[in-house]
Write a protein of this length. Structure first.
Length: 407
């Protein structure tokens, strides 16, 4: 959201400690870990502190959803015990907390773990122990690699798919366009590089000026100045929300008027556009697969009304218009459907089998026409999205729903 991009949601540096975990096995005290007659334990690591602590709202909103679900009787007579720990977006802490969840808390599976580098630090360990590692809050294309990581599955459309869509649309409007690419120096950002290469092929080197930044950088102003000097027609910002706001502001200050694309995970109206100033974002293009709770077009939508009622009752401290929260509500709704499909069998094998068996699943907070599909050979649940442009005080969607697989 790379990219819940919004898609932003989602990167960092490589982690020490991953190698130490890769071959580790843990003993199983129970035939069905994390499951009793009355309880189902689910684990998560997230960022409640550190450089991207704002993303911690995803886990908080999911926790609120589980409280609502428990008030409704839980799943198959079992209440959900959602255990989430702060790793401060530090992969070494992710290693420690993931061990704790699997070996001490004995969770049934892991859900919505945040961040590219944190998940990269533990993915081999998790898969070697055959623990479902589901619906990660990341946007990287690699999280759909079912052959290498059969127990791991992403959720949002990948950043690579989004970059392809951006590039193809830009070329449809200006066939001789030159591109400037700002990207985070990690797997999230590299998906944008690869997505552009997919579309441009051998023309990439002659048409693209690419500049990276580190997640720890205080600002990307100098990178934008460098990209401005390329006189590119198109700017693609493969960034998280903090840097998206900085990019929008700096592009405006430089009076640069490229066709500017920002990854969906970083283009939230409430957390990116409004704080930086709507007048600075005019013409900005992003993608979307969720209904936007700040869009008046959905004011009478039943799915959005249910979401807003949920926020008011169970997560009143959260911002109902924040993309990250409706993302969390949506992904947790999908998990609920998955668990219902288990028909009371919550062994890790059964949970993973149902994760691989979502067929044309519709969720009330997804855009009409967007459906989830998974299989043992498809770990990209969402591959559809629509473009949207910031006009006046809000986004206006345009064009058709785009299927990533048909690019």
């Amino acid at each position: 959201m790379t990219s819940l991009n919004r898609r932003s949601l989602l990167a960092g540096s490589a982690a020490a400690g991953a190698v130490a975990l890769a071959g580790t096995r843990v003993s199983r005290a129970e035939e069905t870990p994390g499951v009793t007659a009355t309880e189902l334990k689910i684990g998560c690591t997230t960022s409640l502190s550190g450089p991207v602590s704002a993303l911690g709202t995803i886990a908080k909103c999911s926790d609120a959803y589980f409280r609502m679900l428990n008030d409704q009787g839980g799943i198959a007579g079992r209440k959900i015990n959602f255990i989430f720990y702060d790793d401060a977006f530090n992969p070494a802490k992710t290693v420690e907390q993931t061990r704790r969840l699997i070996e001490s808390d004995n969770v049934a599976f892991l859900f919505s773990m945040l961040g590219t580098a944190p998940n990269s630090a533990v993915v081999k360990y998790i898969n070697s122990n055959k623990v479902p590692h589901l619906f990660l809050s990341v946007n990287g294309d690699k999280w759909g690699d079912y052959q290498t990581y059969p127990w791991t599955m992403g959720f949002a459309p990948s950043s690579r798919t989004e970059a392809q869509i951006f590039a193809k649309y830009a070329l449809s409007q200006k066939p001789d366009a030159k591109f400037a690419l700002l990207y985070q120096n990690d797997d999230l950002g590299k998906d944008f590089v690869n997505g552009l290469r997919d579309v441009l092929g051998t023309r990439y080197d002659s048409l693209v000026k690419a500049v990276s930044y580190e997640v720890t950088d205080p600002t990307i102003d100098s990178q934008i100045v460098t990209l401005r000097s390329s006189n590119a027609d198109v700017l693609i910002s493969g960034v998280t929300a903090k840097f998206a706001a900085q990019a929008i502001r700096k592009v405006f200050e430089l009076d640069w008027k490229p066709m500017h694309f920002v990854t969906s995970g970083a283009a939230s109206a409430s957390s990116t556009i409004i704080p930086v100033g709507p007048e600075r974002a005019q013409g900005l293009i992003s993608s979307v697969y969720l209904k936007d709770p700040s869009d008046p077009a959905w004011a009478e939508d039943a799915g959005l009304k249910d979401y807003l009622k949920f926020m008011a009752k169970y997560y009143s401290d959260g911002n109902a218009k924040e993309f990250l929260n409706i993302y969390a509500y949506t992904v947790t709704s999908v998990l609920r459907r998955l668990l219902e499909q288990c028909n009371g069998n919550f062994s890790r094998e059964s949970i993973m089998a149902q994760a691989n068996n979502l067929k044309d699943l519709e969720v009330p907070t997804l855009l009409p026409g967007v459906r989830l599909n998974t299989s043992p050979t498809n770990h990209h649940p969402l591959q559809q999205m629509q473009l949207q442009r910031w006009e006046g005080q809000g986004y206006v969607r345009f064009g058709n729903i785009i299927e990533g697989a048909n690019l």
